[in-house]
Design a protein around this ligand. Sequence first.
Ligand SMILES: *[C@@H]1O[C@H](CO)[C@@H](O)[C@H](O)[C@H]1NC(C)=O
Ligand SMILES: *[C@@H]1O[C@H](CO)[C@@H](O)[C@H](O)[C@H]1NC(C)=O
Ligand SMILES: *[C@@H]1O[C@H](CO)[C@@H](O)[C@H](O)[C@H]1NC(C)=O
Ligand SMILES: *[C@@H]1O[C@H](CO)[C@@H](O)[C@H](O)[C@H]1NC(C)=O
Ligand SMILES: *[C@@H]1O[C@H](CO)[C@@H](O)[C@H](O)[C@H]1NC(C)=O
Ligand SMILES: *[C@@H]1O[C@H](CO)[C@@H](O)[C@H](O)[C@H]1NC(C)=O
Ligand SMILES: *[C@@H]1O[C@H](CO)[C@@H](O)[C@H](O)[C@H]1NC(C)=O
Ligand SMILES: *[C@@H]1O[C@H](CO)[C@@H](O)[C@H](O)[C@H]1NC(C)=O
Length: 340
Amino acid sequence: MWVFLLMVLWPVAASTARSDVKPGCQEKCGNVSVPYPFGILEPSCAMNDDFFLNCTSNDEGHHELFYAANMPISNISELEGTVTVGIDAAFSCYNKTGIQTDSFAQSMTLRSGPFMFSHTRNIFTAIGCDTLAVVVNSESNYGAACLSLCTEYVEMSDGNPCSGSGCCQTSIPKGLNSLYYLLSSSYNYTNVSDFNRCGFAFLADKRSLKISHWPLSRTTIYGKDAYATDVVIEWVVENKTCEQAKANTSAYSCGTNAYCTDPDEIDQGYRCLCNKGFEGNPYLKDGCQDIDECKGGNPCQEGTCKNTIGDYKCRCPLGKYGDGKTRCTGVGIITIISGN
Ligand SMILES: *[C@@H]1O[C@H](CO)[C@@H](O)[C@H](O)[C@H]1NC(C)=O
Ligand SMILES: *[C@@H]1O[C@H](CO)[C@@H](O)[C@H](O)[C@H]1NC(C)=O
Ligand SMILES: *[C@@H]1O[C@H](CO)[C@@H](O)[C@H](O)[C@H]1NC(C)=O
Ligand SMILES: *[C@@H]1O[C@H](CO)[C@@H](O)[C@H](O)[C@H]1NC(C)=O
Ligand SMILES: *[C@@H]1O[C@H](CO)[C@@H](O)[C@H](O)[C@H]1NC(C)=O
Ligand SMILES: *[C@@H]1O[C@H](CO)[C@@H](O)[C@H](O)[C@H]1NC(C)=O
Ligand SMILES: *[C@@H]1O[C@H](CO)[C@@H](O)[C@H](O)[C@H]1NC(C)=O
Ligand SMILES: *[C@@H]1O[C@H](CO)[C@@H](O)[C@H](O)[C@H]1NC(C)=O
């Protein structure tokens, strides 16, 4: 009896066998899902050349997805309009007498097309005790610097505010598609060499950045990717507003049961989202599929749930009336029969 009840009441895991790619296209490159408008292997799998990505196999035979050279992709979200890439941190290291032993400056340019570094998700960070990190773009119309000093060891806990002692953070403006960052120092770490000989600078996704992973006094290990961070790139489809895009139906990128939005954070370009009651990939023609609201738990206040396209209905128990989504009134037949 209990087993039976459990089977009936246990929410059924939503098993929507929906696809995020065009028919016949590969869904994944190694670990990473490649939702449309992105595509791999066949140019026709992508919306256009801007979204056609390189899935290559490395020396160990693992497939890796690249946004551009030295920019491996760890995640693509077609719902948020983001691509997350791994980018090596810039660093600069000195020996005890203040001679630079190792350094790396990061320079990255996004692909041509509707891509930009997310100014809401990313933050520029410098780590060190004698550390000046400078960040500029290639057009030289943006520049910023972050200075961090300390005279004794600073604990890099996740609660560290990074306000200039041991670490420093500054935001980036919207719309950038290239960045160059490098490190410099006032005294070559000679005053702090007992506990700190390297400075680091990087752009990183605020959601995944853990300052505790960046303790002072790290020496560099060859194999720079030990110091990579997640960087979020935002994308939109086409260089048009929703209004402009809808004017040309043959070029409009939002599928059936999807709508168009002009993101606040981007001046040119639009994104698509599924209408309320639908889920899936809004860029595919029939990507947005009806959500079966009755699956996995009854959303009705009272009565039985019946799924409809884009919505659901709640039928009140026998003898009661009203909209079961909010309230049923009257005395139910079941209540009378069971005599309570
Ligand atoms: C797949 O993902 C796991 C966990 O996220 C990671 O450890 C592993 O390196 C990934 N493999 C490849 C080939 O990227
Ligand atoms: C894909 O990457 C490989 C290795 O980095 C490179 O040789 C090839 O030219 C790239 N292909 C495209 C289409 O970018
Ligand atoms: C990819 O990004 C989306 C949106 O930020 C997130 O919901 C999802 O969990 C991420 N997937 C992985 C494997 O990190
Ligand atoms: C620092 O590096 C320089 C040049 O390699 C070397 O001459 C000097 O001895 C080094 N100092 C220490 C303390 O290792
Ligand atoms: C700092 O390092 C640079 C490059 O290694 C060197 O030219 C300079 O003399 C150093 N300055 C001090 C104060 O050690
Ligand atoms: C750091 O060391 C330099 C000499 O290398 C010295 O001139 C300077 O005053 C020191 N700064 C501090 C803050 O101790
Ligand atoms: C987008 O369009 C505007 C005007 O139509 C143009 O100035 C701009 O360069 C375009 N941007 C891209 C990335 O194509
Ligand atoms: C509409 O879009 C199609 C496909 O991109 C293009 O060939 C055509 O020139 C566009 N028409 C107008 C009026 O812009």
